[in-house]
Design a protein around this ligand. Structure first.
Ligand SMILES: [Zn+2]
Length: 253
């Protein structure tokens, strides 16, 4: 949905860290090794690991938080970000971590699961617009934010009031408890499957494709729930139209 998502999808084939969260969004813990340590400020460091369950903020989805445990003690992971093509774990630690050190990582699952539900809800809303015939022809998806004020921004506008119609269709998809699934595919296969294609996708690298069973597929790099029922009721709280763009605000319980 977002350029940032696409960048993340690209980076994963070049970076040091195996992103476990892209394959299994329900894995909460992992054992890993520190590959690099960078100084941030007093008592704060940036760590690159060989693998991670921590989702780096991006694609409209907020950062994971949690802890990294090692024999020397616990480190608090307060932010995770893509930087210079790598997944950086920003930690607070009493002792400076060392390259080669083994760590046990554990994400704050309550926070992550909330982010997954909000992110998947955004895609359900987007698929609802697709099923209603508005997207991608009349309303072209530009970007999404699935954090504090969840919203999807579309290029274009329509004259009819959309709020109730979208909310009804989105909650039908929730009630049907449909499966989300994901897979890595080359661009030519992605092109054939998706309901819309972001510009600038590379032809020479696999992309992650997200499918809502029996509805459609999009390219995506965030974490998702397995079943739409996990999202719960979706409210379309507001729709703004200005400068030729339509912004659909939504929330979940
Ligand atoms: Zn997404």
């Amino acid at each position: 949905m977002l350029r940032l998502v696409i960048l993340q999808i690209l980076y994963i084939f070049l970076m040091k860290t195996q992103p476990i969260y892209l394959e299994d969004s329900y894995q909460q813990e992992m054992d890993g090794v520190i590959e690099n340590v960078l100084d941030e400020s007093e008592g704060r460091y940036r760590l690159i690991l060989d693998k991670t369950v921590f989702y780096p903020m991006g694609g409209g989805q907020s950062t994971d938080q949690g802890i990294l445990e090692c024999p020397e003690g616990k480190m608090e992971v307060y932010m995770v970000m893509m930087k210079d093509g790598e997944i950086n774990h920003y930690v607070k630690a009493i002792m400076k971590p060392e390259i080669g050190q083994r760590v046990h990582g554990k994400i704050n699952w309550e926070r992550r699961y909330g982010n997954m539900r909000k992110h998947s809800a955004g895609h359900v809303v987007d698929f609802a617009l697709y099923l209603l015939g508005y997207s991608p022809k009349t309303l072209l998806p530009l970007k999404g934010d699935h954090d504090k004020k969840p919203q999807i921004v579309y290029q274009g506008s329509v004259d009819t009031p959309l709020q109730e119609e979208i909310e009804k269709k989105a909650n039908e998809l929730v009630a049907q408890n449909i499966s989300f699934s994901w897979a890595f595919k080359p661009l030519d296969e992605v092109e054939k499957q998706v309901i819309y294609l972001q510009p600038g996708l590379p032809a020479n690298k696999p992309l992650r494709i997200l499918t809502l069973e029996g509805v459609g597929s999009v390219a995506d790099g965030g974490t998702q729930v397995h079943q739409t029922a996990e999202i719960g009721h979706i409210s379309i709280t507001q729709i703004d139209v200005h400068d030729g763009q339509t912004i659909v605000f939504y929330s979940i319980a």
